[in-house]
Design a protein around this ligand. Structure first.
Ligand SMILES: [Zn+2]
Length: 421
């Protein structure tokens, strides 16, 4: 297995990925866990399965919440199975974003839009349709190929200062430089942001989207912590990181995606054409009110997570003690973080179901809970359905409303364990 070995075994206290301060504060320790996307086939069940620490630290100097790097990006991207274009609501979000950017920043046939981690061209395709030149950068060859088939020119490379310098030498700089859901997965954060600074035209605009740490804390979304996500950002920490690389944040949007995300807008620090909006001040004030500039507030998160584990296990054990059957709905990465942390295996949850054919017939990593086609639920008529992708609970409860025919109920684990009729 192609994993990074530099942190294996005993080692000195880890250092902050951004400011290099020693990391001595735990945000939450979720124990040892397998990689959340490593779904197993039947013949793998009796083999050794690698587990890595899911111990999240917070830096008391810059407040970057972070995991140590145990898994190299090469490993994550070698079997990257996530094609962005699979979700309709996501594509709709992308189309609206494109229209908004073209209008707000007056992009045209002379502009260049560059996206880092451009996946299968899910987003750049909309700029192509508006006749705006684009360039995608995507390290996973299989998804980059799908982008090229959509006429989205795509470089199969990892991004950093080296690639940025090469592009600049070829006369390529971005009017709009996009990074959606990539910053968390970058092990060398400073090299990546320094590369963005290089690649940006003097009057160019950066937009970056990432899940918002404030929402993760307030809504107890600890199951969105994965080995593949090295960093978790507040606006105030993101602002510091960009400022350290000569970039200024001037606007922010709050988005419903991934349980609550931010889209930050940046430009060169010496570009005075963009004024800072009131949204920036408002968000910073809310983050400060929530204590995100104070190490003590981060240290109370773990207790909230421990309580959730006790409540969820209490709920599952109570159901099983009464002779009721419990099955899962969905096999998302976040479900694997949750079930492995809680130690909830096949003795509590008989099986789960997922609509993704790739996952059907496989087993959840760590817990080895089997994954079936959703039809299995009509066959076995379980008493409880544990909804693992809780962010889609309204949609799932509607789709699965037929379980009420036999008195079936739903369990939602996050923000706290709840039984819903
Ligand atoms: Zn730091």
């Amino acid at each position: 297995m192609n994993v990074n070995t530099k942190n294996n075994g005993h080692h000195a206290a880890p250092r902050c990925r951004f400011c290099q301060a020693e990391l001595s504060h735990t945000f939450v320790d979720l124990g040892m866990s397998p990689l959340c996307e490593s779904y197993l086939q039947a013949e793998q069940l009796n083999r050794m399965e690698p587990f890595y620490p899911l111990h999240v630290f917070v830096c008391d100097n810059c407040f970057l919440v972070q995991l140590e790097e145990f898994v190299s990006p090469e490993h994550i991207f070698s079997e990257y199975a996530y094609f962005s274009s699979y979700s309709d609501s996501w594509l709709d979000h992308c189309r609206r974003y494109t229209e908004h950017m073209v209008e707000r920043f007056a992009l045209n046939g002379q502009s260049l839009v560059v996206e880092l981690a451009s996946n299968d061209g899910y987003l750049l395709q909309y700029f192509v349709r508006s006749n705006i030149p684009v360039l995608g950068v995507e390290p996973a060859a299989n998804v980059a190929k799908a982008a090229q088939e959509k006429n989205v020119p795509t470089l199969v490379r990892f991004f950093g200062q080296e690639l940025a310098a090469e592009l600049v030498a070829q006369g390529k700089q971005a009017d709009l430089l996009i990074g959606n859901n990539v910053l968390a997965q970058v092990p060398d954060l400073c090299d990546f942001v320094a590369g963005m600074k290089l690649l940006l035209k003097p009057q160019g605009i950066i937009t970056v989207e990432f899940p918002h740490l404030l929402r993760l804390i307030n809504e107890n979304q600890f199951d969105t912590i994965y080995h593949e996500h090295f960093s978790y950002f507040s606006f105030l920490t993101a602002e510091r990181i960009f400022a350290a690389h000569g970039l200024r944040l001037f606007d922010v949007d709050e988005l419903p995606t991934h349980g609550g995300s931010l889209r930050i807008y940046g430009c060169h620090a010496d570009d005075s054409s963009e004024t800072v909006t009131a949204r920036v001040g408002d968000l910073l004030a809310r983050e400060e009110a929530a204590g995100l500039n104070n190490i003590a507030s981060y240290c109370s998160f773990a207790e909230q997570v421990h309580r959730t584990k006790r409540d969820l296990l209490g709920c599952l054990i109570h159901a099983r003690a009464e002779g009721k059957s419990v099955v899962g709905y969905g096999a998302p990465g976040k479900g694997n973080t949750l079930l492995n942390y809680c130690g909830a295996g096949k003795d509590l949850i008989e099986y789960t179901v997922d609509r993704n054919p790739y996952k059907q017939g496989r087993f959840l990593p760590g817990t080895h809970i089997p994954i079936h086609h959703p039809d299995k639920i009509r066959e076995t008529r379980p008493d409880y359905l544990l909804i693992l992708p809780w962010n889609l609970k309204a949609e799932i409860m509607q789709q699965m409303s037929f379980v009420r025919e036999w008195g079936g109920k739903f369990i939602v684990p996050i923000p706290k364990a709840m039984i819903l009729d």
